[in-house]
Design a protein around this ligand. Structure first.
Ligand SMILES: [Zn+2]
Length: 333
């Protein structure tokens, strides 16, 4: 009996370790959110043919997600899809230029993968994301050194739909939903949180997005971007949180950092300015594109100051200090 139960323990541990080892660990790598009860939906490998379908589902559910995009797709056929993702207030992050396995590349080649990815994204949306997800979760110490040099935060995940595995067995795609629920069902939103990995380039997977959202909501979770679910500790862009695009705020949305969210809640009309200011000050006052052109009242980011709701007014100073130190953290990554 003892031997049998010991074996079971070892097996379970091996499975757990096996799961974790699917992604490289590394200093500062982020595997989960910090706010309990929050799920960050993340979509890799796009933009692509199903981008608008995903955006439609997210709009319908009124939630913001994070897209880890490939430079070649952005610079190629799908650049407009990236712009729509950004304009709608979803968070944009990198997934290399060509979906390379970074562990197989020289440091110079890894750098090129990222600088091309950065250039492609910036050319389309005018800002520089500061977060990346390595394809396959592969970013060994040599890769990590490059990311640190480029000031990019490495975002892994702690819940995997494994949706891509159904590409050759689409009839069984329900299994990707089951994979998600294997993490959600036994979890406790009072303490747990998830960065959920999906892909926006598989139609069979995208079709499950509404059902996945519905089930996660029913369990008691809310949704936010990666930056939002981290409680404002890692802003989405080099330019900070508040940037405008053709007059509309697009900044990672419901993920307004706590300090900005609090300010926004009290002065909705000037929410954008309060969001932009801290970053501008830290980066020598270089304002993001169109920063001064925002005059619209219909700002997605102002509609869900969820972080502010959890903060008392007297915590403002602490929150501002936390925001500043968080930004410094990104700069030193
Ligand atoms: Zn990928």
């Amino acid at each position: 009996m003892v031997a049998a139960s010991f074996f079971k323990t070892i097996t379970a541990a091996a499975i757990l370790v096996g799961t974790v080892l699917a992604q490289d660990p590394g200093e500062g790598y982020i595997f989960k959110c910090t706010r309990p009860g929050v799920v960050a939906l993340t979509f890799d490998d796009g933009p692509g043919n199903f981008t608008d379908e995903v955006l439609g589902y997210l709009d319908a559910a009124q939630i913001k997600a994070t897209f880890f995009v490939i430079g070649d797709n952005v610079a190629g056929l799908y650049g407009d899809g990236l712009v729509r993702e950004y304009q709608k207030g979803h968070q944009i992050a990198y997934h290399t230029n060509s979906h390379a396995n970074l562990n197989n590349l020289t440091a110079a080649a890894v750098t090129t993968e990222m600088t091309k990815n950065i250039a492609a994204v910036k050319a389309k949306i005018g800002v520089e994301p500061v977060q990346m997800r390595p394809p396959y979760g592969n970013c060994n110490p040599a890769c990590a050194a490059v990311m640190k040099k480029l000031n990019l935060a490495v975002i892994q995940w702690n819940l995997d739909s494994n949706d891509w595995t159904f590409e050759t067995k689409v009839a069984q795609a329900q299994g990707l939903y089951d994979n998600v629920m294997k993490g959600i069902t036994p979890s406790n939103p009072a303490v747990d949180n998830f960065i959920l990995l999906m892909h926006e380039i598989h139609g069979f997977s995208v079709k499950f997005v509404p059902k996945i959202i519905e089930s996660i909501k029913a369990k008691g979770y809310t949704f936010d971007t990666v930056s939002g679910c981290l409680g404002g500790t890692v802003p989405p862009y080099k330019e900070g949180w508040g940037v405008t695009y053709n007059g509309a705020l697009a900044n990672g949305a419901s993920s307004v950092p706590p300090s900005s969210a609090a300010a926004t809640a009290s002065v909705p009309a000037s929410g954008t300015n309060s969001v932009v200011a801290p970053t501008g000050a830290l980066t020598g006052g270089s304002a993001p594109p169109n920063a001064n052109t925002n005059t619209t009242g219909g700002l997605a980011a102002n509609s869900k100051p969820s972080s502010a709701a959890t903060l008392g007014g007297n915590s403002m100073l602490a929150v501002v200090l936390a925001g500043l130190s968080a930004f410094a953290y990104v700069l030193t990554l």
